[in-house]
Structure formats: structure tokens, C-alpha cells
Design a protein around this ligand. Structure first.
Ligand SMILES: Cc1ncc(COP(=O)(O)O)c(C=O)c1O
Length: 456
């Protein structure tokens, strides 16, 4: 690509691009920040300015940008072939990565169905569920249940189970119905209960729901331990364990969507490990390729896979696939990423940095007048800003408080992206002690700058 100067790029961006999850009227009023390159936990823009990547390039970067081992795997594979289909053919990177994933995943998960984004991994889990129950002679199991404010991606099925009024209301007529259970966070934060009573209330709701609808349920889908896009809604392992027990008792499949929590984010390779549970399916994306390339996978129990077997003419096969499913470049980088986890003791760094983050959050952020709550699992944290801590009154959307904090942090050399008024800290797992200090310091200063004159 011939070099285009920074100003022309900015003009062309405004003229030709429609950015995702972006109010373009606002975007077109601001100069776009155009990234040219990355190095470890830092991003560099077209003017040479350096920024700490505080949200791991939308929660996917794991070992940093331009990691030598991942770059080498990418180049090595590019020297062989960039893409070849998984429909009717196979290739070494997909085969080896599948074996490596199965070895590391909960023992019940033995089959890997590839795709290319978190939403497609979820969509596939839903389609497998729907077909599975018909194939095994329980066609009455057609209903799904998920958690209030769950987010599972933006395709039609994923929106149906992950419905958010703010994001998806225009598409509501096109979505299928899905039951909702309130997670403990709703009881605690929105209804003012203590942590313990919130858990009890959520469990009691779940028990009565399963007693009522259990026989008709096809699957429950959950983001284990942390509902990311809801605003970092954390729950305890006890809740996840209870959901596993309830689904098992009622013969319902449990799908764990580890698109955000997977690959070390919460301190274990997969969040379900904290709870010691084994789901029936697991959706993986984001960090699966170290955050390099679009890749996703739906991991499935052997018994579910077996139900799809039969003579060709019975048409029991799963008729689902995408052109770039299991792309060889992405799979090769995925294998290298798993090797780096072990070679560089990445999870040890996550534990140390998570403790550091927990201390900083408690010491510096909790006392701030406009911080209503902080929630964290590993290197995944949300700082909820409120106009008034006692009444938990949220800032009106029109004040764009989260966005203002992002702009203040950017001026100080840190990239953040909020979820409404929740400031998200989700750095690459390779972040060092000093870089994490920088991230916390800048975020703290930015929150103070934006909120300190606010009275209400
Ligand atoms: C839990 C969860 N599931 C699914 C998705 C969708 O992933 P993608 O954006 O790759 O489609 C996301 C994205 O943030 C997510 O957090």
C-alpha cells in the first residue's frame, strides 16, 4: 500500500467509513485517532504518538502487539498458504489447534467447530442446540434462557439471547423469544441487596424458573463470572456452579460464552475453571488468536457431536459454515499463542497484575465521590460512575461522561473505551507492573478531571 499522509487518511475516514457501535454524527465532529502500529502493550498513531492499550484492542489482545513468536507463526504460515477452506478439506494449523484446545478445555469438551467471530461461535452453539434436541427425539425443548443484560454478539441469534434494549431495540421484531434470569448483580446493584442476599435471591429465582420451564428448555447460555458488555457485571463462582447443577438436574444444555473471559482474562485459561464446572458447549473468540486475526470456535461434548452422525441421506449433518472458518493464518497464530501462555508463564503475570489492580481500585477509585462501584475478575474491571453515590443515580446519557473520561485519558496517552458510564480496564495480559500503574494513574486522573466539578 502506498503511503497516504495523516490528514488525507482522516478525511477519507470521515468520508468513506461507517464505524461499528459508533454514533457517526459525533465521530464526524472529532478528529479520528488513526493507529499505525503497535508494540507490546502500546499503540502508535500516524503522528507517532504513543498510547497504552487499556482495552486490549476491544478485549482481544493477549501477549501484546507484534509479539515475536506470534509474528513468526504468522509469517511462517503466510509462506505456505493464507487461506484454504475447511469445507471438504483440512489443514495442519486447524487440526493442531483443535487438539491443543481440547487438551486445555474442560474434559467433557472434545470437538471443535471453527468460525470467525464471537457472535458466530454463539450462533453455532444455538443452532447445534436446536438441531440436537430434534435429533435425539426431544423436539419440545425449544426454549432458551440467558441472563439479564447478557451480551453474546450482534447476529440475529446472538442478539436474541443477548438482548439489550439500548443496542438492539430496533431489531426486536426479528428476534426469537428468550427467557431471562436476573443475575446476583441485578439484585445487589439495582435492588440494593447485600452480596449474600443478592446471591440467595438470584438462586431462588433460578430454582423456581427451572422447576417451571425445565422440561421445555433447550439450553441456558451464560458469560461465566463476568457479564462484560452489560458493564462488567460480576458474579461469584457459587452462582455459576448452581446454574450448572440446575441445568444438569433438568437435562438442559449449558453453553458458556467465554468469548471475553477465555484465554486467561480472569486468571485461569477459562473462567469456568474457577468454578470447577464443565459446560456442554463453550464459545471462544477474541483471545483465541492472541488478538491477531478473526477466529472463533465452539467446543462441544462428544455426545452432542455423535447425535449428528448418520448416513448422508438422513441429512443430520450440521449445515453451517463460513468462508473463512478455521483460517490457517489465524489458527497458526492461535497455536503460537497457547505456547506463549506456557513459555512466558502468562497466567502468573495475570495473578500478580490482578492483585495489583485490586489494590489500586480499592485504594484510589473506591473513595472517589462519583465512583459508585468497582467490579473485577482478573484483568477485567469496570468502574461505574454515578452522579450520586448514595442514591446510585446514573449520569444521563447526554452528558457522555464515559466518553469524556476516554478523551481525557487519550490526552494523557492511554486508550480506553467505556460501556456507557462504566470505565473499562482490560489491558493485554502481558502488561507490566509499571504499565498497569500508568493505566490506573491516568484513569484516576481522567475520572477526577471529568467528575470533580459535578455536584448533584
Ligand atoms: C461474551 C461475548 N460474547 C460474544 C461477543 C461477540 O464477539 P464478536 O464481537 O467477535 O462477534 C462478545 C464481544 O464483546 C462478548 O463479549
Amino acid at each position: 500500500m502506498s503511503k497516504v499522509d495523516a490528514q488525507t487518511l482522516a478525511e477519507w475516514d470521515h468520508r468513506f467509513i461507517w464505524h461499528p457501535f459508533t454514533q457517526m454524527a459525533e465521530w464526524l465532529r472529532e478528529a479520528p485517532l488513526i493507529i499505525e502500529r503497535g508494540e507490546g502493550a502500546y499503540l502508535y498513531d500516524v503522528h507517532g504518538n504513543r498510547y497504552l492499550d487499556g482495552v486490549a484492542s476491544l478485549w482481544c489482545n493477549v501477549h501484546g502487539h507484534r509479539h515475536p513468536a506470534l509474528d513468526a507463526a504468522l509469517h511462517d504460515q503466510a509462506n505456505r498458504i493464507a487461506h484454504s477452506t475447511m469445507l471438504g478439506l483440512s489443514h495442519a494449523p486447524a487440526i493442531v489447534l483443535a487438539k491443543e484446545l481440547v487438551q486445555r478445555a474442560p474434559a467433557t469438551l472434545t470437538r471443535v467447530f471453527y468460525s470467525d467471530s464471537g457472535a458466530t461461535a454463539v450462533e453455532i452453539a444455538l443452532k447445534i442446540t436446536a438441531q440436537y434436541w430434534q435429533l435425539v427425539g426431544e423436539p419440545q425443548r425449544t426454549e432458551f434462557v440467558s441472563l439479564t443484560e447478557a451480551y453474546h454478539g450482534d447476529t440475529i441469534g446472538a442478539m436474541s439471547v443477548g438482548y439489550s434494549e439500548t443496542f438492539h431495540r430496533f431489531h426486536k421484531p426479528f428476534l426469537f423469544p428468550c427467557h431471562k434470569l436476573d443475575p446476583p448483580h441485578v439484585f445487589r446493584w439495582h435492588r440494593g441487596l447485600s452480596e449474600e442476599s443478592a446471591l440467595d435471591a438470584a438462586l431462588s429465582e433460578a430454582h423456581s424458573f427451572f422447576r417451571e420451564r425445565g422440561a421445555h428448555l433447550a439450553a441456558m447460555i451464560v458469560e461465566p463470572l463476568m457479564q462484560g458488555a452489560a458493564g462488567m457485571w460480576r458474579h461469584e463462582v457459587a452462582y455459576l456452579r448452581a446454574l450448572r447443577m440446575l441445568t444438569q438436574e433438568h437435562g438442559v444444555l449449558l453453553i458458556c460464552d467465554e468469548v471475553a473471559t477465555g484465554f486467561g482474562r480472569t486468571g485461569k485459561l477459562f473462567a469456568v475453571e474457577h468454578a470447577g464446572i464443565e459446560p456442554d458447549m463453550m464459545c471462544l473468540g477474541k483471545g483465541i488468536s492472541g488478538g491477531y486475526l478473526p477466529l472463533a470456535a465452539t467446543l462441544v461434548r462428544e455426545e452432542i457431536f455423535s447425535a449428528f452422525l448418520g448416513p448422508y441421506e438422513a441429512f443430520r449433518a450440521l449445515f453451517h459454515g463460513h468462508t473463512y472458518t478455521g483460517n490457517p493464518l489465524a489458527c497458526a497464530v492461535g497455536i503460537a499463542s497457547l505456547e506463549v501462555f506456557e513459555r512466558e508463564h502468562v497466567l502468573d503475570n495475570v495473578s500478580a497484575r490482578a492483585r495489583q489492580l485490586e489494590q489500586r481500585l480499592a485504594k484510589d477509585f473506591v473513595p472517589l465521590a462519583h465512583v459508585g462501584d468497582v467490579r473485577q475478575w482478573g484483568l477485567m474491571a469496570g468502574i461505574e460512575l454515578v452522579t450520586n453515590r448514595a442514591s446510585r443515580l446514573p449520569y444521563p446519557a447526554s452528558e457522555r461522561v464515559g466518553h469524556k473520561v476516554v478523551l481525557a485519558a487519550r490526552r494523557r496517552g492511554v486508550i480506553l473505551r467505556p460501556l456507557g458510564n462504566v470505565i473499562v480496564l482490560l489491558p493485554p495480559l502481558c502488561i507490566t507492573e509499571q504499565q498497569l500503574d500508568e493505566l490506573c494513574q491516568v484513569t484516576w486522573e481522567s475520572i477526577r478531571e471529568v467528575t470533580e466539578h459535578h455536584t448533584s
